[in-house]
Design a protein around this ligand. Structure first.
Ligand code: MCN
Ligand code: CUM
Length: 789
C-alpha cells in the first residue's frame, strides 16, 4: 500500500479523502445534461425501426405534423440535402445518421420529431406512419460470411461480402509447431455474449446553435469531449462549423462505462436541427432506446487452445476470434488495434509462443463493440485465458492454483516481453495469488469441498489471475481517428495559493475531482481541498482524449504530476530568491522549501506563490501556471488475483456466491477508498455478465430482452460481500508509480465466477458453460451429464 508522505491536512497520495463531488451528488445537486433548460429550447424524439432489415417504402408525416406543438419531422432525405445523412465512426467505418432507403437493425433511428415539449415530440413520434418492406436479416455472424449471405453494406462501393477486418498478433508458424508436438492440448469454443452498460443516466444532448455568431455549444453525455469536438468539426465543417466555433460541454455524467464514448446519430440530428431551426434542441434517450440501440459490448466468439506438458507447463496458446460488430464497426478502439488489446490474451504466464487472430463481420444488429468496462477487449481476452488455464489444470490433474504458481511470469522477469508483443512493466503475480489464497483460506476450502463432494453437495472454488493493460497510449502506436492518445493537465495557482486544475479526461463517477487534487497536493503541498478540478468543457480544458480504458491515471494523472513538478521547479527559484540562498541550498518537503541545515529558514508554497504575483525575481515570468501533455512511454499493466467460492443447489441449479476475494495490484494508490469503490462497483459489474446479462435476438432480428423487465441487472440483493485487498508493484515508468484500476474488477471477475461454477460441476464431467451461467444452464448441463439419473 502507498505510504502517505503528506499530512492528512494536505491530503496527498494514499489518503482516503472523502469524494469532493459527492457533496453535490448526494444532495441532488449534480448537474446533468437533462437538467439544462435553455430559452426557446425544442425537444426531439426519434422514430425507430421495428425491423432489423427493411426497405423504407414511405414516411408519412402528415398526422404527426397535426399534433399540437410539433414543429417539424426530419428524415434522412432532409439531412441528405446538407450531406449530413452519414457520419464516420470512431473506427473509420461509416454510419447512417438517418436512413434514406434501408434500415439495418431493430431500433435504428428512422426520423426525428421536433416539438415544443417532450410530450408533444413523443405524441408526434407515435403519429408518424412508415411503410417498410422487411427483408431476412443476417443475425448469425458465422452465417454472415457464407457466400449465400446478402451483402449488407451495399453503400460501400465494390463490397462483395460482410467481412470488416482481419487482425493478428504473435507467431503463427511457431505456434503450430509447438501445438503439433505438445503432449497435452486443450481446446474450448466460447461465446462472450453481447451485453450493455445500463448506466443510470441514458445518453442525450442539448445542441445550441447561435446563428448570429455561427457558434455551436453542444452539451452532451460524452466521455471524450475534445475528440467529439474534432469529429463535429470534420463532419460539419462544410456547413460552416469550424472547430473554434464549437464548444463541447460534458456536464456531470451518471455513469459512462464505455457507452458514452461513441457518437450516436441522435447527437448529430440534434446539431443539424439546431443549425437549421436556429434554436436549442434537447434529445434524451429513454431506457429502452438506450438498451436497444446504443453501443453494445463483447460479442466475441472465441476458439481458445492451450498446449503444454503433462507436468503442467504451459507452452503455447492460440486464439481465433469471430467478432460480431453489427451493422457498422462503431467500437472506439485505437486505430492500429481493431481488436483492442485482445492480444493480452497470453495472460500472466511465462511461455514464449502464441498466436491470436480475429475477423470482424457485419450483421443486422446495433453497432458498437467496446462499451462496458472492458479496457478495449481485455475482458474477452481474460475470460479466454483464465477459462483455458482451468481446463488445462483439469486435464493434467493439477490444482488450478498450483498450475498458476508454476507458470507465472516471475517478479524478476519484468519488464517481460509477451509473445504477442507487449512489454509488461511490473508485477508480482505469486505474491498476489498467495495473498488471495491466505485471505480466503484456500486449503481449508478445498478440504471442505472434498467433504461436501462426498455428500453429493456442489461447492466450487474459482481462481482468476489476470493481467490488465491500460493507459493508452504511447503516441507512436496509439491514436483514434489519427489523434494521438496523449492526455493533459493544466494547473493554475492563484495568488493566495489556491488552485484550479483542468484535464483532458472526463469523470463519469470515478472521482477525478478528488484524486487529481490529491496528486497535485502530493507534488506541491497545496491542500487537496484548495484545488478545484475541472473537466469536460473544451473551451477551458486542455486537449485530451478522454476517460475510457482506465487511461486517466496513467495519462492525465501523470500529466498532473509533471505539470506540478514544473511548478515546483519555479517555486524553488522563487524560494531561493526570497531566502537569498542558491537553489542547491534548498530542500523540499511537501508544502515548503527550507534551507539545508536551517529548517527555520523556510518559505511555504503559499508564500512562494504569492511572491510569483507580487515579488518575483527580475527576468522571471510572473504568475504560477503550468501545463503538461503527457505521452506515456508504455502502457501500465495492473494485475489481480481473484478467488470466488460458490455453492450450487443441485436440484434447481441456483448459484450462491458465498465469498469473493479480490487482491488487486494497481501500483501506487492515490486514494484507497476510491480504489475500493471502483473495485466494488466493478465486481458487481462482473457478476452481471458472468451470471445474468446478455442481449438476445431472435432470427428475425427482434431483441427479446429490450427492457429492464427482461434484461437482468444485478442489484444489491444479488451482490455478495466483496473482500478486497492489495499488493503494490509500482509502475516503473509512471511519474507517481500508479497504474489504472477502473476496469480490473470487470476484467478479472467473470472468469473467477465461471471457474468456480465449473469447479463445482466438474465431478459430473462438466468442463465448460458459456457466460452468463444461469441456473437453467447449470440444471441443463447437470441433466445432460446424468446428475439426475
Ligand atoms: N485510482 C487511484 N489509484 C490508482 C489508480 C486509480 O486512486 N493507482 C483512482 C483514480 O484516481 C480514479 C479512479 O481510481 O479516481 C479510476 O482511475 P483509472 O483506473 O485511471 O480509470 P479512469 O479514471 O480512466 O476511469 C475509467 C474506467 C473505465 S474505462 C470505465 S468503463 C469505468 C470505470 O472507470 N466507468 C465508470 N469506473 C467507473 N466508475 C463509475 N462510478 N462510473 C463509470 O462510468
Ligand atoms: Cu471498454 S469501457 Mo471504459 O473503456 O470506458
Amino acid at each position: 500500500m502507498t505510504q502517505c508522505k503528506t499530512s492528512k491536512e494536505i491530503g496527498g497520495m494514499g489518503h482516503s479523502l472523502k469524494r469532493k463531488e459527492d457533496a453535490r451528488f448526494i444532495q441532488g445537486k449534480g448537474h446533468y445534461v437533462d437538467d439544462i433548460r435553455l430559452p426557446g429550447m425544442l425537444y426531439m424524439d426519434i422514430v425507430r425501426s421495428p425491423y432489423a432489415y427493411a426497405k423504407i417504402k414511405n414516411i408519412n408525416i402528415e398526422e404527426a405534423m397535426k399534433v399540437p406543438g410539433v414543429i417539424t419531422v426530419v428524415t434522412g432525405k432532409d439531412l441528405e440535402k446538407y450531406n449530413l445523412h452519414w457520419m464516420p465512426t470512431l473506427m473509420s467505418d461509416t454510419q447512417m445518421v438517418l436512413p434514406t432507403d434501408t434500415v439495418m437493425y431493430q431500433a435504428q433511428e428512422v426520423c426525428a420529431v421536433i416539438a415544443t415539449s417532450k410530450y408533444a415530440a413523443r405524441d408526434g413520434r407515435e403519429a408518424v406512419k412508415i411503410e417498410y418492406e422487411p427483408m431476412k436479416p443476417v443475425m448469425d455472424p458465422f452465417k454472415s460470411l457464407d457466400p449465400s449471405a446478402p451483402v449488407l453494406r451495399t453503400d460501400k462501393p465494390g463490397k462483395t461480402n460482410n467481412h470488416i477486418w482481419h487482425w493478428q498478433a504473435g507467431d503463427k508458424n511457431k505456434t503450430e509447431q509447438v501445438f503439433a508436438s505438445a503432449d497435452v492440448v486443450v481446446k474450448q469454443q466460447m461465446h462472450i455474449p453481447r451485453i450493455h452498460v445500463v448506466s443510470i443516466e441514458t445518453c442525450g444532448c442539448v445542441a445550441d446553435y447561435d446563428k448570429v455568431n455561427h457558434h455551436l455549444t453542444m452539451y452532451m453525455t460524452t466521455q471524450a469531449p475534445h475528440a467529439i469536438r474534432t469529429v463535429i468539426a470534420l463532419v460539419a465543417g462544410h456547413v460552416g462549423l469550424s472547430e473554434e466555433k464549437i464548444r463541447v460541454v460534458s456536464p456531470d455524467i451518471g455513469g459512462g462505462f464505455g457507452g458514452k464514448v461513441p457518437v450516436y446519430p441522435g447527437y448529430v440530428i440534434a446539431i443539424a436541427v439546431s443549425f437549421l431551426v436556429g434554436k436549442p434542441v434537447k434529445w434524451i434517450e429513454d431506457r429502452s432506446e438506450n438498451l436497444q440501440a446504443d453501443s453494445f459490448a463483447r460479442d466475441y466468439h472465441i476458439t481458445a487452445e492451450m498446449a503444454g506438458t503433462k507436468a503442467g507447463r504451459i507452452l503455447a496458446t492460440r486464439f481465433k476470434v469471430l467478432a460480431d460488430h453489427g451493422y457498422t464497426d462503431a467500437a472506439a478502439n485505437p486505430s492500429k488495434f481493431p481488436a483492442g488489446m485482445f492480444s493480452i490474451c497470453t495472460g500472466s504466464y511465462d511461455y514464449a509462443t502464441a498466436f491470436a487472430e480475429a475477423d470482424a463481420v457485419y450483421t443486422n444488429k446495433p453497432p458498437g463493440g467496446v462499451a462496458y468496462r472492458c479496457s478495449f477487449r481485455v475482458t474477452e481476452a481474460v475470460q479466454a485465458i483464465e477459462r483455458l488455464t482451468d481446463l488445462f489444470a483439469m486435464k493434467v490433474g493439477k490444482d488450478p492454483a498450483d498450475i498458476r504458481m508454476q507458470n507465472f511470469i516471475k517478479k524478476e522477469d519484468f519488464p517481460w516481453h509477451s509473445p504477442t508483443g507487449w512489454v509488461y512493466d511490473s508485477g508480482n503475480y505469486q505474491a498476489g495469488l498467495q495473498k488471495a489464497m491466505d485471505v480466503v483460506g484456500y486449503a481449508a476450502l478445498r478440504k471442505e469441498q472434498a467433504e461436501k463432494r462426498a455428500r453429493g453437495e456442489l461447492m466450487g472454488i474459482g481462481i482468476s489471475t489476470f493481467t490488465e493493460i491500460v493507459g493508452a497510449g504511447p503516441s507512436k502506436d496509439f491514436d483514434i481517428l489519427g489523434i494521438k492518445m496523449f492526455d493533459s493537465a493544466e494547473i493554475r495557482v492563484h495568488p493566495t495559493g489556491k488552485a484550479i486544475a483542468r484535464f483532458g479526461t472526463k469523470s463519469q463517477g470515478q472521482g477525478h475531482e478528488t484524486t487529481y487534487a490529491q496528486i497535485i497536493a502530493e507534488e506541491l503541498g497545496i491542500p487537496a481541498e484548495n484545488i478545484q478540478v475541472e473537466e469536460g468543457d473544451t473551451d477551458t480544458a486542455p486537449y485530451g482524449l478522454g476517460t475510457y480504458a482506465s487511461r486517466s491515471t496513467p495519462t492525465a494523472g501523470a500529466a498532473a504530476a509533471i505539470a506540478s513538478r514544473k511548478l515546483r521547479d519555479k517555486a524553488r527559484k522563487i524560494a531561493a530568491y526570497l531566502l537569498e540562498v542558491s537553489e542547491e541550498d534548498l530542500e523540499w518537503e511537501p508544502g515548503k522549501f527550507f534551507v539545508k541545515g536551517a529548517p527555520e529558514k523556510a518559505k511555504t508554497i503559499q508564500e512562494i506563490v504569492f511572491a510569483a504575483y507580487t515579488n518575483h525575481p527580475q527576468g522571471m515570468e510572473a504568475g504560477f501556471e503550468a501545463t503538461n501533455y503527457y505521452d506515456p512511454p508504455n502502457l501500465t499493466f495492473p494485475s489481480g488475483a481473484y478467488i470466488c467460492v460458490v455453492d450450487i443447489d443441485k436440484e434447481t441449479g441456483a448459484i450462491h456466491v458465498r465469498r469473493f476475494v479480490a487482491i488487486d495490484d494497481c501500483g501506487n494508490i492515490i486514494n484507497p477508498m476510491i480504489v475500493q469503490g471502483q473495485v466494488h462497483g466493478g465486481l458487481t459489474q462482473a457478476i452481471a455478465p458472468a451470471m445474468y446479462e446478455e442481449l438476445i435476438y431472435d432470427e428475425e432480428g427482434n431483441i427479446l430482452n429490450g427492457t429492464l423487465m427482461d434484461y437482468l441487472v444485478p442489484t444489491a440483493v444479488e451482490s455478495p460481500k466483496w473482500e478486497t485487498g492489495h499488493i503494490c508493484t509500482p509502475s516503473p515508468h509512471h511519474p507517481i508509480g500508479a497504474k489504472g484500476v477502473g476496469e480490473s474488477p470487470t476484467v478479472g471477475g467473470p472468469p473467477a465466477i465461471a471457474n468456480a461454477i465449473i469447479d463445482a460441476l466438474s465431478p459430473f464431467g462438466i468442463t465448460h458453460i458459456d457466460i452468463p451461467i444461469t441456473p437453467y444452464k447449470v440444471w441443463k448441463a447437470l441433466k445432460e451429464h446424468g446428475a439426475y439419473d
